[in-house]
Design a protein around this ligand. Structure first.
Ligand SMILES: CC(C)(COP(=O)(O)OP(=O)(O)OC[C@H]1O[C@@H](n2cnc3c(N)ncnc32)[C@H](O)[C@@H]1OP(=O)(O)O)[C@@H](O)C(=O)NCCC(=O)NCCS
Length: 127
């Protein structure tokens, strides 16, 4: 496997949105270094802006809550999407369990992709 390719081995739960048998959206919960993370969030461009991403992330939140987690972390490619569904975007000097170190050197970094670390308090179900 290419070292830059993302591994699926840490996935503990995964959710999909299917249309006519085709996978059109995904979101997954990963367990890595003793922490759970929201990963693999993507929605096909033909069905975006219809709440699919919101629903998939809500399923991951439910799963994380059922596993006893109180907060959910993610490395976000689209921080505004996460902000609109209740996540907080970490400030530059704040430290979280994930960093953007892996993004440095990526040709997309701060050109077409403006990533951020985001976190949500999931103790209360909000959606
Ligand atoms: C980001 C993504 C998952 C959103 O999925 P979606 O199904 O279109 O999102 P929803 O329809 O549930 O949108 C929920 C809210 O987020 C906002 N939103 C969605 N995509 C956004 C984006 N790229 N930038 C800013 N806001 C966005 C919507 O306007 C909506 O806000 P509203 O409720 O105030 O109207 C999807 O655009 C995508 O797959 N993008 C490409 C891959 C990517 O960037 N993934 C991010 C993972 S880190």
């Amino acid at each position: 496997m290419d070292s830059k390719e993302k591994s699926t081995e840490d996935i503990v739960a995964a959710f999909g949105y299917y249309l006519d048998g085709r996978l059109m959206g995904s979101a997954a919960l990963e367990y890595e270094d003793g922490q759970h993370f929201l990963e693999w969030v993507a929605v096909d461009s033909s069905v975006r802006m219809r709440g699919v991403g919101t629903s998939l992330v809500a399923l991951v939140e439910d799963e994380a809550r059922a596993r006893g987690m109180t907060e959910l972390w993610a490395k976000a490619r689209a921080p505004e999407f996460y902000r609109s569904i209740g996540f907080r975007v970490l400030g530059e000097k704040e430290k979280g369990p994930k960093t953007l170190d892996g993004c440095i050197g990526c040709p997309e970094f701060n050109k077409s992709c403006y990533p951020a670390i985001v976190v949500k308090d999931i103790r209360e179900k909000t959606r």
